[in-house]
Ligand binder design. Structure first.
Ligand code: ADP
Length: 532
């Protein structure tokens, strides 16, 4: 009995499968294509991308993480690079463009090696060794700094945000100072002499209008809310704040109830009863000593009236996240039933005040019990401008957190990449064989960063690279390129282009690991898309 001719179905019909080198090359091509998009966005002269999402919303940015997140990438291998950007962003919040570009270049160089018939497993081994060696060398190059030295912090922030959309010198300086003051305010000392904070500890509140230069740091919490009733005070000193997540309203019954009211007196009695209940709630709030109420839910008009009579300042429909921030900032406790409110649940702030910001009013809660509560109030003419300012502030805060956590810095402007490449080439010679080629490829991939920086500043890239290699071989390990003017600088640190060690470490790790992951794949099995 002949079995020939009978198809054996292992996978579902319609499954697409690519194997071996075809799979590998297709993956490399996709990943490279994505990295290529980011290439021109690298550095202070990097260009912006305009991204339009499926709803027609527009984002203009040159922030690597934002670009790849908005791009709605389809190809699985390119998606892996999106993960690289996300991982880099989550871990250190900076260096995302560099990480994706490096991963793409590592794959491009790997492809050249494949063309020379070098087996992927050798490339993987070479890359893994190169990664380890590069991280070791990086640590040797790094120098220790004082994590509270404002001057050092300024130089580091400058390197990060000089490449962002806000560009203008005055604006960058302002943002830099604000970010540094905010970071210093929230940073907690650690036993080993370093500091740490979460970027989220700094609240960012955006209010459209005014000038970007009106952006300010508030030592406290700012609520994008008005005081709810005109009869209430606009300013309360020595504020004792009740944080409520219950409504100051009479709850509507869940089941329909029918009330037969037969006379005008009964209507009055009914309404009086409601008012009485609301008054009881307000009396309770006043009796525990609160003079400010921040409520997550609604406040009935009658309750507003009673609160106003008692001289209590109240805000309604505050965001849950703001209430939680207030809990930490004022030392209060969110209470979900007015009946349970106790004096010890109240938070404290030296001043609660409603202020006019542009055409709107906002409530400022300053001098909180916990001085680590700060808000950056961002101003700007459009959402797009404010979003980009917010991203720059977050980048600055990330970079500050990185250097406070691990107070070591390396030179930017491609200097550290050239130095690492040089050291890797020396190391490659010691390893020898075909792996040597892979380690050298890793070295060349690192040099792509200074190449791009030279290119975007309008310089002849190869020429610049050669000169930089020469300087590094003479022991000038801080030599790099000024990516604004294209000049070669012998000491990037002296020109204020420096970066935290953590950012470069993470760039090498995430990019190297992603490249290796893609190189390991030799079979792509894609199920047919679900039919709608
Ligand atoms: P990433 O998302 O990778 O942080 P950026 O667009 O911020 O990308 O570019 C960072 C690169 O630009 C780093 O290699 C940094 O050293 C370099 N860089 C930033 N400012 C300068 C400058 N003034 N001169 C030279 N290089 C700079």
């Amino acid at each position: 009995m002949a079995l020939y001719g009978i198809p054996v179905l292992v996978m579902k019909e319609g499954t697409r499968r690519t194997v071996g080198r075809d799979a590998l090359r297709a993956n490399i091509a996709a990943a490279r294509a994505l990295a290529e998009v980011l290439r021109t966005s690298l550095g202070p002269r990097g260009l912006d991308k305009m991204l339009v999402d499926s709803f027609g919303d527009v984002t203009v940015t040159n922030d690597g993480a934002t670009i790849v997140k908005e791009m709605e990438v389809q190809h699985p291998a390119a998606k892996l690079l999106v993960e690289v950007a996300k991982a880099q962003d989550a871990e250190v919040g900076d260096g995302t463009t560099s990480a994706v570009v490096l991963a793409g270049t590592l794959l491009a160089k790997a492809e050249e090696l494949l063309d020379q018939n070098i087996h992927p497993s050798i490339i993987i081994e070479g890359y893994t060794k190169a990664m380890k060696e590069a991280l070791k060398a990086l640590d040797e190059i790094a120098v220790k700094v004082n994590p509270k030295d404002k001057d050092v912090l300024r130089r580091i922030v400058n390197t990060t945000i000089s490449s962002k959309y806000i560009g203008g010198d005055v604006i960058s300086k302002k943002i830099t100072e604000i970010a540094i003051d905010a970071a210093l305010a929230v940073a907690e000392p650690k036993p080993d002499g370093t500091y740490d904070f979460r970027v989220d500890d700094v609240k960012i509140e955006k209010k459209k209008g005014g000038n970007v230069l009106d952006t300010q740091l508030v030592y406290g919490i700012v609520l994008d809310k008005e005081v709810v009733h005109p009869g209430m005070p606009r300013r309360v000193e020595n504020a004792k704040i009740a944080l409520l997540d219950a409504a100051l309203e009479i709850e509507k019954p869940e089941i329909t109830a029918k009330i037969n009211i037969t006379s005008p007196e009964l209507i009055k009695a009914f309404l009086d009863k409601e008012a009485e209940m609301l008054k009881e709630m307000v009396d309770k709030i006043a009796s525990v000593g609160a003079n400010v109420v921040v409520c997550q839910k609604g406040i009935d008009e009658v309750a507003q009236h009673f609160l106003a009579k008692k001289g209590i300042l109240a805000v309604r429909r505050a965001k849950r996240s703001d209430l939680e921030k207030l809990e930490r900032a004022t030392g209060g406790r969110i209470v979900s039933s007015v009946r349970d409110l106790k004096p010890e649940d109240l938070g404290y702030a030296a001043l609660v005040e409603e202020r006019r910001v542009g055409n709107d009013k906002m409530v400022f809660i300053e001098g909180c019990k916990n001085p680590k509560a700060v808000t950056i109030l961002v101003r700007g003419a459009s959402d797009m401008v404010m979003d980009e300012i917010e991203r720059s502030i977050k980048d600055a805060l990330n970079v500050l957190r990185n250097v406070m956590r691990s107070p070591k810095i390396v030179p930017g402007g491609g200097a550290v990449e050239i130095e690492l490449a040089m050291r890797l080439r020396e190391y490659a010679k010691k390893i020898g064989g075909k792996e040597q080629l892979a380690i050298e490829a890793f070295a060349s991939a690192l040099e792509e960063i200074p190449l791009i920086l030279a290119e975007t500043s309008g310089r002849e890239p190869l020429d610049t690279l050669m000169k930089l290699r020469q300087l590094h071989s003479e022991g000038k390990k801080y030599a790099g390129v000024n990516a604004v003017t294209g000049e070669i600088i012998e000491d990037m640190a002296a020109s204020n282009v420096i970066e935290p060690l953590l950012v470069k470490e993470s760039m090498i790790k995430t990019a190297g690991e992603a490249a290796v992951t893609i190189l390991k794949i030799d079979d792509v099995i894609a199920a047919s898309p679900v039919k709608k």
